[in-house]
Design a protein around this ligand. Sequence first.
Ligand SMILES: [Zn+2]
Length: 305
Amino acid sequence: MPLVTPFFTLRKSFDESAAGAEAEPAAGAELLRRLCAPAGDPLAPPRTLLALAHPDDESVGASSRLTRIEVAALVYATDGAPRDGRIPRDAGCETIADYAAMRRAETLRALAHAGISSERAVFLDYPDQEAAYRLLPLAADLRRWMIATRPEIVLTHPYEGGHPDHDAVAFAVHAAVAALASEAEQPPTIIEFTSYHAHNDAVAFGEFLCAGESPSCTVRLTDDGRALKQRLLACHRSQTHKWNSLPLNEERFRLAPAYDFTRPPHDGPLLYERHGHGVTVDEWCELVSVASEQLARTLQTCVLK
Ligand SMILES: [Zn+2]
């Protein structure tokens, strides 16, 4: 049996006792509707914590929602600066710290374009490509920010093997939500935006790896929405080379499915393995198994506090 099971057993127990076994899907679907409603819709936008792997993920996956939702916080797990130094050097930065500072400034500029105060941005500054080595501290950080800001939803990455930091944030969000549930706290609902993942020998942007796994919605961007997305992406000047295939006409969101993070998200080589970003899939599975085991053993004593 996968070691991750206790998380979701705990969460299911809480949901069934607190809200009724049938209530959660309907409540989740309503939150998804509120998230995806167009500007001017009378549906109240949900209070949202964005849990993001990198400075720029907010613009890539959720630009259309930034001006619609009530932003509780944007929590950036990593500083966006790989420690091998090659990418910072190629970007003309003398040091890794300079590159991280540049990425933070790019993000704050993008948030300003979306009308979001810099005070809403939280930079945890774990090293880029290394979040998988810090799964428990990351989950603890996210739990603290969920308690501090009381979001209705957490908007985050799907688990799909595109980038190990995306997968690490996805795991940490699910772990933090499970921890809250075990403490009889009402946890936020996890909703995902699209990122990117392997598709045969290419890269798929803007679509979920396993479409149809859970309720989803597609937001078609208006002319103004497309212009905003382009402006936000342009703020991330150091990253523009990555987005040639990024669709600008729509964004997709869905309720997070239940994952077994101890197994690879799909057969065949993961995109981050092809690109040599951080961990291998074998390392990932081992790291998640160890973290899950530790959490399952200690969840009731609130190890994440
Ligand atoms: Zn990213």
